[in-house]
Design a protein. Structure first.
Length: 678
């Protein structure tokens, strides 16, 4: 009541580095804190008017949002990025018994269905029987898990995520290229579902079957075993069928697809009884309402909030009022949610749907179905029955300059109604791949080839030429081509280009470094100077370039590239040889799809860039790449442009052997310890 600080907790009190989330048990007797860099869960017990630290538990890498069970006995933690090597990666949540203070379940996983082991199921189909699992693999894991959101009874947890796709991210002018392909559509926002009725047996919900498959045999059905999830793909409305909506890409036979695409979901709030759920879309500034039990939408369109980049929402005890807080607005929005409150629990929402092969707007890209989820939406309301009624001001003065704030908003946003110059799609934003400037722990198929997502931590201003082959001079140039040729916007004006370019160059913060051994760091620093600095700036030099470089960073000098033997013909991100053979038969598209696999030289007459009317890259050899930034390098999920390694030690070992640096194991330990300080 006095609004006074009565306790402080830091690293020495068990919090860990880079604390991200705090939650209380339902009765308020315990508090929990996750540490993103420390990879820990700190547990506190209430004592008198404060708390005492009782234990800190290891969690595995990158813990993000979490929930406490209704009885206060268990904590469910989501992990931001997939774990493991690219060909064996998986997303997961972990469960902790907070009475026994131990990990209870670390096996609640969702594997990448494109990993060779799972993709080998397709060998049972005659069209793929001659191919090996390696030829069938593709990169398509779930990533950026933002938290576990338990329903009020604790029996089910919804987990917001994004799913990566092995399809080409188009750039250029699709109309001029003669292709009916929407720009800006990067990936679908997905809500994964976990069965939490028995904490020790927590597991991802599976679909009972898939429909319209080319092999209905039991063996194939059991092998393919897809995950249940709510997805938000592109929706089409046939002009000759009013009230009918069909999904291009939605194949689940459950109707668990939204009626409108959405941006990146950050959090979920439940109404009384868990009968309705508010999904808070960070990048599109919207509230998405669904029935969490049927997974069907409550409205055709989402509710647009007044602020920028909402991160969370809570409901009043009677459910009649919601409060939304933002990352890039200095107030809390007050939302009238009374329509969804009251003592009488609402009936389940169900929108009639069927599988149609007639209403698909373009040819199917599915390997298992020719049909798409189609709905009769004539009885679905246009918008949710909510309204914004006021604001609670948090700060009277913005700590950021107007230009930096504008750049930060543009980096995080994907609503084409609010930012038509930036993006043409709710799935198109910088933050969709570079979450908070981070990376998504995986690989994409770009016009340049198969590429891992690079971390932008610390900004890119001191990195010289940008991208894996040093194809862009500075961050403003990247922002310009990104908005027009990839995200599908009409093109940013000069002020916004300056704002976004400057933000990406200098204003994306680093995360805290982990604990290190000072003596080992000193030894590693000297070894790095002697063995590595010819190609790599150390992170401290890179971050101190601000005073000598332009507003947008970059370089006016010729790009410096290196051949370290990492050129590949196939990195595993794109669809494998089996699928390439299928696409090869499609005019133009087939040639483009097969050309972008692996690494190629860039020439003034590059077939891919010219065919798609995309900006030409400078001439580059197929073998040479830019030395990547080492800022927060220890936090990467994948290493090298082709994602061939998933541990920092593997990357250092490779360079030691390839360049014949003659570092012994203890010296490699020292270099790695020094790299942890970046």
């Amino acid at each position: 009541k006095k609004r006074q600080i009565i306790q402080r907790f830091g690293e020495h009190e068990g919090i860990g580095r880079e604390p991200r989330e705090v939650a209380l048990s339902p009765d308020g007797s315990r508090a929990f804190v996750t540490s993103f860099v420390g990879d820990t869960l700190a547990v506190f017990e209430r004592k008198a008017q404060g708390f005492v630290h009782i234990d800190t538990l290891p969690t595995g890498r990158r813990p993000t949002g979490f929930s406490v069970s209704p009885d206060g006995n268990f904590v469910y933690i989501a992990h931001l990025l997939p774990r493991g090597a690219m060909e064996k990666n998986e997303s997961w949540i972990s469960v902790y018994d907070v009475n026994l203070l131990k990990l209870l379940n670390d096996g609640a996983v969702i594997p990448d269905s494109g990993n060779p082991f799972y993709a080998s199921c397709l060998k049972q189909l005659p069209m793929f029987s001659k191919y090996e699992p390696y030829d069938l693999q593709m990169e398509s894991p779930y990533s950026l898990l933002r938290g576990t959101f338990l329903n009020p009874s604790g029996t089910d947890s919804l987990v917001p995520s994004m799913v990566l796709v092995p399809f080409l991210m188009f750039e250029g002018d699709m109309e001029a290229a003669g292709l009916d392909r929407p720009l800006g559509r990067i990936t679908t926002s997905n809500i994964l579902s976990f069965d939490t009725r028995r904490p020790s047996k927590t597991h991802a919900h599976q679909l009972d079957t898939i429909f319209d498959i080319r092999d209905r045999g039991k063996k194939f059905q059991q092998c393919i075993n897809p995950n249940a999830n709510m997805e938000f793909p592109q929706i089409y409305y046939p002009k000759d069928r009013p009230g009918i909506a069909t999904s291009n890409g939605a194949m689940h036979p459950t109707g668990e697809t939204g009626l409108m695409q959405t941006g990146q979901i950050r959090s979920i709030a439940y109404t009384r009884g868990g009968r309705r759920a508010f999904l808070i879309s960070y990048s599109s500034d919207e509230l998405v309402l669904v029935d969490p039990n049927t997974r069907h939408s409550l409205a055709k369109k989402h509710f647009t909030l007044s602020g920028s980049n909402p991160v969370d929402m809570i409901l009043s005890s009677d459910g009649s009022t919601g409060y939304v807080i933002y990352e890039n607005s200095l107030y809390i929005s007050i939302i009238d949610t009374s329509f969804y409150a009251g003592n009488n629990l609402p009936r389940p929402v169900y929108t009639p749907f069927w599988i149609s092969k007639k209403l698909v707007p373009q040819s199917s890209a599915s390997l298992v179905s020719y049909g798409r989820v189609t709905r009769d939406i004539r009885d679905v309301p246009e918008l949710p029955m909510i309204k914004e009624t006021g604001k609670i001001i948090l700060l009277n003065q913005d700590p950021l300059t107007p230009e930096v704030r504008r750049g930060k908003i543009l980096f995080a946003s994907s609503n084409p109604d609010k930012y038509p110059e930036l993006t043409g799609h709710r799935e198109g934003a910088c933050s969709i791949c570079h979450d908070d400037g981070h990376n998504d722990g995986s690989m994409w198929v770009m016009l340049d080839g198969e590429r891992r997502t690079m971390s932008l931590r610390g900004g890119v201003g001191g990195r010289g030429w940008l991208k894996a082959k040093a194809t862009n001079r500075n961050a403003r140039e990247v922002a310009d081509s990104l908005s027009r040729e990839l995200l599908g916007g009409s093109g940013l004006n000069n002020y916004d280009l300056d704002a976004l370019g400057a933000y990406v160059a200098w204003h994306i913060p680093r995360i805290q470094a982990p604990f290190t051994d000072a003596a080992l760091v000193a030894e590693g620093k000297e070894l790095f100077r002697e063995k590595c600095s010819r190609c790599h700036l150390d992170a401290f030099t890179e971050l101190n370039q601000r005073n000598v470089l332009s507003t947008f960073g970059g370089s006016d000098e010729p790009a410096v590239l290196f051949d370290v033997g990492t050129r590949t013909n196939y990195a595993g991100a794109s669809m494998g040889k089996a699928h390439q053979d299928l696409f090869a038969k499609i005019p133009l598209l087939g040639a483009i799809f097969t050309t972008v696999v692996g690494d190629r030289a860039f020439t003034p007459n590059d077939f891919v860039f010219k065919s798609l009317h995309a900006k030409l890259r400078p001439s580059r050899s197929a073998d040479e790449f830019k030395a990547p930034s080492l800022v927060n390098v220890w936090d990467n999920a994948l290493f090298f442009h082709d994602g061939r390694f998933h541990e920092l030690r593997q990357a250092v070992n490779y360079m030691n052997e390839y360049l014949k640096l003659e570092l012994n194991d203890k010296q490699i330990d020292a270099v790695i310890e020094y790299l942890k300080t970046f």
